[in-house]
Design a protein around this ligand. Sequence first.
Ligand code: HGY
Ligand code: MN
Ligand code: MN
Length: 401
Amino acid sequence: MSAERFAALWESLSPVGRVGEDGGYVRHSWTDTDLVCREWFIEEALDRDLEVEIDRNGNLWAWWGEPEQEGAIVTGSHLDSVPHGGAYDGPLGVVSGLLAIDRLRERGVKPVRPVAVAVFTEEEGARFGVPCLGSRLMTGAFDPAKALRLRDREGASLADAIGRAGLDPDRLGPDPERLARIGAFVELHVEQGRALDHLNAPIGVASAIWPHGRYRFDFTGEGNHAGTTRMSDRHDPMLTLAYTVLATDEVARIHGAHATVGRVDVAPNATNAIAARASAWLDARAADGETLQKLVESIHHRSEERARRDGTHVTMTAESVTGEVGFAGDVSRLAALELQAPVLPTGAGHDAGVLSAHVDTAMLFVRNPTGISHAPQESASDADCAVGVEKLTDLLARLCQ
Ligand code: HGY
Ligand code: MN
Ligand code: MN
């Protein structure tokens, strides 16, 4: 696979959802932009004579071989992005999967089991708040009734969104037959860090995904006039929120963990009014479950202490929590042996993490020279991406024959 050949397919998708001069992407699930991305995938799959399926949860599947046959070898990733995210997080795995099918055929590989490229919906949880929603619904890891009630920031429900795209909300839910037919899942993903760059390696293999969770903090206080309310008379939830953000940073450093508040919501959000209430979303990650729990408990405890001082009130709600994922099965071991690539953990969640509880799973990483992700500066060279396609093809060839 040449860099030019990779770039040709890459560039057929890259203009979709790219916004503003910063080149960031806004591709939220079930929006018109996402439907264009989905159409792109379906066309590319049909161009390759792959059989396309949309499953009950809206995930897309492009099959080479009989979908009903056992032991399918599946690759793929997601097409949705965080707001103003990078180009590669998700789409790189989908484009590489399609090109790997081309390369398997050119190499004359005759699979003895079906091979598929999958596109999972709402992996980022950027619109409806729950990451890996498509793969969690398929594996029964998230309640479909609860999912249908999830709302985006404009108040549209998931039920409305998928209904608009032609799916039947009543069919949302576990898909055990489909899951049982998958023999192995391999997700290729841009590295979200600089380990491969420091190792001067184009490709890596995942060893683990850190446990991580998303926690919503709701602060309530007393709305009032910014100009006439004495400082000593205030119960300002923004103070408690600000302190919680500072505590997040300090506690994460103490625990050698990663914790972030990147999203807030304030009401009434007026220049000349003391806020009545505010919300902040904590993204917390740590190398092991025990540290994650201590990290979140400590942040919550400090926030409550500060609330008492401010005369405000704080509640914390866990919106999604993902346990540690170890990629230690045969497929991961084969990947490390076959590809002779560095093996490294990641702090980022992936559909491969969700599927790994049910299916033998591996993840391949492609070098990201900036190490930046979830931002427009995310990058990967066409040459490294082409190497990624070849390595993915090597692994799929071993698995499907
Ligand atoms: O947030 C994550 O870890 C992933 O990129 N969805
Ligand atoms: Mn991501
Ligand atoms: Mn991703």
